[in-house]
Design a protein around this ligand. Structure first.
Ligand code: GLN
Length: 452
């Protein structure tokens, strides 16, 4: 009741939710109360968890914050949400996001921008919550939800977590099933949690994860109890500091925060090692070829015939064109155009194949680094949260630069998390990122907790 009350009270100011479902929330909470009374509580019994609007929740409108999916109500449940309900979590709302998860500010949502509950000192200017999982970040930062889901294709869990003073986890590719999650770029899409503490994030990751026969890329091995890794000593761990993440124009405050992080880990007994990831500078261009290429293919299914909205045209082709022109926003259309271009005959080798080669080299960089270090520490973002409208109006490239530190871990499919690490001079939160070897989320959680 408290969660629903807060959600309704804050919606006008934050615009974080696409759906608030009081009926289902109260029914699930009641069932949880009964289990608790019987002494049968599960790991998340009775805990409200907000779902990014990319996850199919049976019988609840799921739109990926796009007009093209308006009215689409799935008859199935995503594996991740099912896992959460099976652990006792309570569904109460779907959260807003950038349309089809394309963006870094939650400004491309069909239902309009989401507002970050944080304000710079002495200012009333409204800031973005980051994106694309911006609604989830705002719901947590405002103290409405206790956990939330996100998806991270190039940073969409970690960047909003950093902008809203939260913990955001992108587990290893395949740890959390993509079944029932609206696809953006299938080889880069990672479901994961946003939470208030590293321990909460570890518990949520554990409950969301697991093998899934419905997702052929799901990892079939066991899920460790990530919660046990929280609080484990980092003594003797080797932490790599990659020189290439010191980018031109990065504010001094980010640099300072990064060196503070180094000092904290050193004080906790870790060894700090300078490393090099030479292919880093090619990660962003490679990402912005691979992700749109996959997106253009995944989004081909929205043709007005099978899902959501249709705009009738003169004939079939005209109907397709009118439907897609009306249903997709500008950023989504841009991605589809870039994607079809880089995949087209004559350009495929020059762009798409080249990007795949870069992808391979980035993975090799990480593999080489992990021969000498156990974890890598970097800033999560090159800036704190910015004002609504300030970057969207500049060039798309300006927005894409937000992802400069986060896309590499998606390209390599390895675990990465953002941990709140302090405030900038304006009192806005900044995050530090911990990256580890594939399937070694445990080390990531231990290092993350040491920074908390
Ligand atoms: N900002 C990136 C993009 O727009 C990443 C989004 C995401 O991780 N879903 O593609």
């Amino acid at each position: 009741e408290f969660t629903l009350e807060r959600a309704h009270a804050a919606q006008g100011a934050l615009n974080a939710f696409t759906v608030i479902d009081a009926g289902r929330a109260m029914a699930m909470a009641k069932a949880s109360d009964e289990r608790i009374a019987k002494g049968e509580a599960r790991a998340l019994e009775g805990v409200p968890v907000a779902m990014k609007d990319l996850f199919a929740v049976e019988g609840v409108e799921t739109t990926a914050s796009s007009n093209i999916l308006k009215g689409f109500t799935p008859t199935y449940e995503s594996t991740v949400s099912k896992n959460l309900w099976d652990a006792g979590a309570v569904f109460f709302a779907k959260t807003s996001m950038d349309e089809f998860a394309m963006g870094s500010s939650n400004e491309t949502a069909a239902s309009g921008p989401v507002v970050n509950p944080w304000r710079a000192k002495g200012s009333e200017e409204k800031l973005v919550p980051g994106g694309s999982s911006g609604g989830s970040a705002a719901a947590l930062a405002a103290g409405i939800s206790y956990g939330a889901t996100g998806t991270d294709t190039g940073g969409s869990i970690r960047q909003p977590a950093a902008f809203a003073g939260l913990v955001g986890v992108k587990p290893t590719y395949g740890r959390c099933s993509r079944w029932g999650v609206v696809a953006f770029a299938s080889s880069l899409d990672h479901p994961g949690p946003l939470a208030k503490t590293v321990r909460d994030a570890a518990i949520l990751t554990r409950e969301m994860a697991g093998p899934d026969p419905k997702d052929s890329t799901s990892y079939t091995g066991p899920v460790p109890d990530f919660e046990k890794a929280v609080g484990r000593s980092v003594k003797g761990l080797k932490i790599g500091i990659p020189a290439e993440y010191r980018v031109e124009g990065m504010p001094q405050e980010i640099e300072t925060l990064w060196s503070q992080g180094r000092d904290w880990l050193k004080a906790a007994g870790a060894e700090i090692v300078d490393i090099s990831l030479p292919m880093t500078k090619y990660a962003l261009p490679a990402y912005y070829i691979i992700a749109p290429a996959e997106a253009s293919s995944n989004l081909a299914r929205y043709d007005g015939m099978r899902y959501g909205q249709r705009v009738e045209g003169e004939d079939l082709t005209d109907t397709y064109e009118k439907t897609r022109a009306a249903g997709f926003g500008t950023e989504v259309q841009r991605r589809v155009l870039i994607g079809t271009y880089v995949l087209s005959a004559g350009y495929y080798d020059a762009y798409y194949l080249k990007a795949l080669k870069v992808r391979r080299r980035i993975l090799e960089d990480f593999n080489a680094a992990f021969e000498t270090v156990d974890a890598i520490l970097t800033p999560t973002t090159p800036s704190a949260a910015f004002a609504i409208g300030s970057k969207a109006k500049a060039s798309p490239i300006e927005m894409y630069l937000n992802d400069i530190f986060t896309v590499t871990a998606n390209i390599a499919g390895i675990p990465a998390m953002s941990v709140p690490a302090g405030l900038d001079k304006n009192g806005l939160p900044l995050g530090l990122q911990v990256i580890t070897r594939a399937l070694d989320e445990e080390t990531m959680f231990s290092v993350g907790a040491a920074l908390e």
